[in-house]
Design a binder for this molecule. Structure first.
Ligand code: GLU
Length: 280
């Protein structure tokens, strides 16, 4: 078989693994949940919840890592300055987080599903006792059929205790609670050969495996360097792949993106499990 054929077969096997995943972490970014005025966008949020509900209807356990607290708070407060101070950003998160959870509670109620809020900092992931408590809490919520919704605890997360962004948080959790799949939803359709927002010739990279170093260099060159940009998503996805599970970066706009993952369709960019794909 040619190298290209092998790579295709590896990607197909990884997609099959992703489709069969029993435990999934889904990460949704602020842009996937808010409109241009930084208000929580009900339609976007309901669409995400519909898609998660469809996964749960297939018997999967889903943990959601959701940003949007600062964004929602900003929309609610309509501050005049262009740039918020760190303190203001932290305060905004405490306003928006309540609104965010309120909306998730309402939206999941359409499926008779309860949600739980977990706000975490780096300390919680580093301290073995806290981490064990966290794992036990999540296991209990899964047993009860509740959807855990995680965000960084921005109010207390100063520089020293910041996880960095929810991309890192979702990949750490995915590894820690031994999920079979991480899906990072974003406003671009995956990993591209250039920045698709500025470069019309940029092509989507369907699968990342042995080409990881190349892809990582490419992303370093083309990314805007913005906080929580494509680089951290790529790093997070690779971390999960190195742990042995597939990870997918895909567009949040597609209404049934998670459903399509469950049908093993080629969605976004899939990161092949580093040692798992050839084991069958
Ligand atoms: N915790 C922040 C929020 O809820 C988002 C951080 C991130 O997107 O990485 O607004």
């Amino acid at each position: 078989m040619s190298e290209a054929r092998n790579a295709n077969a590896d990607a197909e096997r990884a997609r099959a693994l992703a489709a069969d995943a029993e435990r999934v972490v889904v990460k949704a970014g602020t842009n996937s949940l808010t409109d241009a005025e930084s208000n929580l966008d009900d339609d976007k949020l309901d669409t995400l919840v519909d898609d998660i509900a469809a996964l749960r209807a297939r018997g999967k356990e889903v943990l959601l890592v959701s940003s949007g607290a600062v964004g929602a708070g900003l929309g609610m407060m309509a501050l005049e300055e262009d740039r918020e101070t760190v303190e203001e950003t932290q305060a905004l998160s405490t306003i928006g987080q309540g609104r965010l959870m309120h909306r998730y509670t309402e939206s999941f109620a359409r499926y008779d599903t309860q949600v739980a809020q977990l706000l975490l900092t780096q300390h919680d992931l580093e301290d073995p006792e806290r981490y064990t408590n966290l794992q036990n809490t999540i296991e209990t919520l899964f047993e009860w059929g509740v959807v855990p919704i995680v965000n960084e605890n921005d109010a207390v997360a100063t520089e020293e205790v910041r996880i960095g962004d929810n991309d890192m948080l979702s990949s750490s959790l995915a590894v820690g609670i031994d999920v079979d799949l991480l899906v990072t939803l974003t406003d671009v359709g995956g990993v591209y050969t250039g920045n698709p927002k500025h470069d019309g010739d940029a092509e989507r990279i369907a699968a990342v495996g042995e080409n990881y170093d190349e892809v990582s260099d490419l992303v370093d060159e083309t990314a805007s360097g913005a906080f929580g940009g494509i680089q951290t998503k790529v790093e997070g996805a690779r971390k999960v792949a190195e742990h042995g599970s597939p990870a997918i970066i895909a567009a949040s706009e597609a209404p049934d993106v998670l459903e399509r993952v469950s049908e093993a369709e080629p969605v976004g960019t899939i990161f092949l499990p580093v040692d798992g794909v050839d084991d069958e």
